[in-house]
Design a protein around this ligand. Structure first.
Ligand code: PGA
Length: 242
């Protein structure tokens, strides 16, 4: 069974490999507790500290990469925004140009923007305790593209740490929709900690249902579910396997 550190290295390596393969790659990237170590490792590799990559591997070059945040709060103080989080933990540790740091809160047509950049090559997701991916809360339509949404109460509670009190946690946000995520060529969903086990098993061993938005990923053509509690599963379309 992988540790949190091994899981984080695996995801970081997938992102680094993707950037090496395609220097102008489009990434969909999450915020939250789960990717924190992944971002720390990527930051380290971006400075040249690649002790477990090939000895001769140069630092990751983010100069041509486009990073699309999955979601963002409405009416949030800048310091509590997801954009601030990902700037601090990843972007500012790399040479990712400022114009390449994209956020659905700053775009009138995020899906058009993503498409005009060539589409998402790799999207990394966490999963909420209620089965949400990005801010696609239970009940979200499979046909959804980027949209504004109410946040589930459990999502607000899970995210309240960064705020003084639950009352300060925004009640709405903007998120990539399920179709936005489905349009990504590859998806990696990462989950850490026993508290995520039951929802991960429900999403990926259970029925596909709007009650558990992550379960829709079972029908995506190229998805890896990686965890640090012994659950691992991949879903691939027939054509992707051939
Ligand atoms: P977490 O959030 O990484 O903080 O658990 C995941 C999510 O809500 O998607």
């Amino acid at each position: 069974m992988e540790s949190y550190e091994q899981l984080s290295r695996r995801v970081a390596r997938a992102i680094a490999d993707q950037i090496r393969l395609k220097p102008n790659t489009c990434l969909g990237l999450p915020t939250g507790h789960t990717p924190l170590l992944t971002y720390k490792i990527l930051a380290n590799w971006s400075h040249g500290g690649e002790e477990d990559l090939d000895r001769d591997a140069p630092p990751i070059d983010w100069s041509g990469v486009l990073c699309f945040a999955l979601d963002e709060y409405h009416d949030v103080q800048p310091k509590n925004s997801f954009q601030a989080f990902i700037e601090e933990h990843l972007f500012d540790q790399t040479n990712l140009p400022l114009p390449n740091r994209l956020n659905p809160g700053q775009s009138d047509d995020y899906d058009e923007l993503i498409a005009s950049c060539g589409g998402l090559d790799l999207t990394v997701l966490g999963i909420g305790g209620n089965g949400h991916i990005a801010f696609n809360e239970p009940g979200t339509a499979l046909a959804s593209w980027t949209h504004c949404t109410w946040l589930a109460e459990s999502t607000r509670v899970a995210n309240q740490e960064a705020f003084v009190s639950l009352d300060n946690v925004p009640v709405t946000g903007v998120t990539m929709g399920l179709q936005t995520i489905f349009a990504s060529r590859r998806v990696i969903l990462m989950a850490s900690g026993e508290k995520k086990r039951s929802i991960v098993e429900r999403a990926f061993n259970g029925e596909i249902s709007a009650d558990v938005p992550a379960s829709y990923l079972q029908n995506h053509g190229l998805v890896d579910v990686w965890t640090d509690f012994g659950f691992e599963k991949s879903f691939a379309a027939q054509s992707a396997q051939e």
